[in-house]
Design a protein around this ligand. Sequence first.
Ligand code: ADP
Ligand code: MG
Length: 569
Amino acid sequence: ETKKETLGFQTEVKQLLHLMIHSLYSHPEIFLRELVSNASDASDKLRYQALHDATLLESDPNLEIRISFDKDAKTVTIADNGIGMNREDVIENLGTIAKSGTAEFLKNMTGDQKKDSQLIGQFGVGFYSSFIVADKVTVETRKAGEKEGVIWESEGTGEFTIEETDKASRGTSITLHLKDEHLDFADGWQLRSIIRKYSDHISLPILMEKQDMPSYDEEGNEKKEEENKAPEWETVNTAKALWTRSRSEIKDEEYKEFYGHISHDHTDPLKWSHNRVEGKLEYTSLLYVPGKAPFDLYNREMDRGLKLYVQRVFIMDKAEEFLPMYLRFIKGVLDSNDLSLNISREILQKDPNVESMKSALTKRVLDMLTKMAKNDEETYKTFWKEFGQVLKEGPAEDMGNKEKIAKLLRFSTSLEGKEEQTVSLDDYIGRMNEDQEKIYYISAESFNAAKSSPHLEVFRKKGIEVLLLSDRVDEWLMSHLFEYDGKKFEDIGRGDLDLGKLESEEDKKAQEEVEKQSEDLVKRIQDVLKEEVESVRVTHRLTDSPACLVVGAQDMGAQMRRIMEAAGQ
Ligand code: ADP
Ligand code: MG
């Protein structure tokens, strides 16, 4: 006695479906990318759970995806023998969008179809893209290890139905009833070409029925296929985990497509680094520098980390232990031969091998960035714009790589006078005045405040370049960066300004003279301001302005003080 129940979609789902159908019609083929990606995830999940309970594989251990179509019935079917879903799973996964991502997705829709089609994967709403091409979707599924199957069906409007079934095979089969304007997807060549374009890197075999070119007899009539011939299936993708293939045989396009698959970001990555390490530890890593910062880069809870495999078996997403916080924007895959297949997050945190992989991977990323900065300035500019602020957290977190990170930093300076940060410390040192011993900087709460600071006057006069710091993270950075290439950093807004050899003996004499003459004046000002300031001094750092406020050399910087105040301290 199967009873069919009708349930309503959550409001957000309704909104989303409406938007998706009406705003992404120019990229309808992405439905296949999303459904194949889900089938692949489902197989990864099953394989992982089967590590603990081999009976889940039943008598059907070869995981694969089958794609078929029926021109007459106007359908396309994507079937997997992965983990499957039970009734609760189906209602939870295909009727609601629990993830906070939905609101973000809706907020992030731009109206530009290309961009919006890329958001789908990123926000975990891929399944619903079926309704771009279908006016009815039927999902038949049975969860591994359970008996009852479920049929879910919807026309993508307000509701869906759900009923029990005695589906024999494990896994999920999704049938799309194509809209008339999308009947061209019920075609073997078309489907094959989309699979190769979007899903070739999927390590699972994707099978389709063998298809012959139509053959003709001597009179030119198409020969009818034999009736009742058992279908023969063939693998239509490469079906080998991309990172296990050798670099020389992987095309850039494949690397990019794979990036899209693991990151759910369909903006091209700026660069990648693919390496196999052999020796005491054996692992393969494929690390990507994304082309665009995610919206939640500054949210401590953001998804970060690598996709972890052990001997090619998927173990977990977002393994955070392999890269430091300041490289949290890096995406990629790590496949280790040394970790246990039963590894958990808790064990990861204690495993000494993890620590040494982390330092090797960190070095790999820094080397990749160093190379980019050296060989491809334009790309590095993009990188800096998107992720420079995060990299600035590096010197505080990673003492061992301080110098390497410092080399990667970019600044605005008084000579350049523009807000875009493009000057490296090596550039700065390269054009230092020959008597200059220090790297001078000023920090202020905005670029314009830094640029027009009276502290710069004497430096302008002497033609000395000063780094202009105004990002929130800068004070934190400078409190961990003391020197670079043997040259100390000096904050020109603090304490006594010592220009070292940049000042001649005569300059110094003249200054002492002025100080003597001004003693009375200084004392009078000091008396008037005694509640307000710590001390009043004659300064030589100004050429045009009569006076300025200076923070003591040991005091907290102005920026830091504002942050602390904002935090209620
Ligand atoms: P995401 O894949 O980002 O989670 P989707 O909208 O693509 O978002 O899928 C929603 C959820 O539906 C998945 O997380 C998964 O739990 C479930 N699901 C979708 N397709 C399958 C499938 N073929 N097998 C098992 N579960 C599936
Ligand atoms: Mg998905």
